[in-house]
Design a protein around this ligand. Structure first.
Ligand code: ADP
Ligand code: MG
Length: 203
């Protein structure tokens, strides 16, 4: 079972990876967007860290609901409401249990990704975060590491895609040839989850 501490560690690890990769995320966003994806997520995840430190949130669901709410209220860009919705919907799916199984988390994340697709109106192939999230969550039935690897592969596969949603879509054909920043950060989120699971499982 995964408890609130596991989910707090996941959010912390995601923040650390975002910090490490912020310049790269902004660079990717400068090619096909407005060069703020790294700073957006830096702001968001540092607010998440502060919110979690100040709040007792003792269940997995409560941790993700708080993190999601914080991302929505602190990130100005499109990615804030989208990641916020991912975490909020996932947290809602976990309910009020003190501990959740890996299978429960997989199902909740699957619903969370569905909520992102519904909010943003995007589908895989549109060159968005969904190109990492959808294959990533599908591979959760194998392992957390497989999910992280599939998300990373999905992010790389956005390079030749034509953007159909978000700011990058304004570029039309010129969006081709660049990796999507949101797909790249989505892979980081799943890498953080795999890292925290490896640590907890003694791998
Ligand atoms: P903004 O585009 O408002 O500047 P960010 O730069 O923080 O916001 O995030 C951009 C990322 O958000 C994109 O790379 C893409 O992955 C994701 N994104 C944008 N619009 C959508 C959408 N409709 N559905 C899913 N993801 C989206
Ligand atoms: Mg941007």
């Amino acid at each position: 079972m995964r408890d609130a501490v596991f989910f707090r560690r996941w959010m912390t690890a995601a923040g650390v990876l975002v910090e490490r990769e912020a310049d790269r995320l902004t660079e990717l966003d400068s090619a096909i967007g407005d060069a703020d994806h790294g700073s957006n997520l830096l702001r968001g995840f540092s607010a998440v860290r502060e919110a979690l430190a100040a709040d007792p949130a003792t269940t997995p669901g409560a941790v993700l609901l708080l993190a999601g709410r914080t991302l929505i209220s602190t990130v100005g860009g499109a990615s804030g409401p989208l990641y916020g919705t991912l975490l909020r919907r996932t947290g809602k799916g976990l309910g009020e249990a003190a501990g959740v199984s890996d299978d429960e988390l997989r199902k909740a994340l699957y619903a969370g990704v569905g909520a992102v697709a519904q909010l943003g109106g995007a589908a895989p192939g549109d060159k968005t975060m969904l190109d990492a999230l959808v294959p990533g969550v599908a591979a959760l039935s194998t392992s957390y590491r497989a999910a992280a690897d599939s998300a990373e592969k999905g992010a790389r596969a956005t390079v030749p895609m034509l953007a159909r949603k978000g700011r990058a879509s304004y570029l039309g054909e010129r969006s081709i040839g660049h990796q999507d920043p949101g797909a790249t950060s989505a892979a980081l989120l799943l890498a953080a989850l795999a890292d925290v699971a490896d640590t907890e499982d003694g791998r």
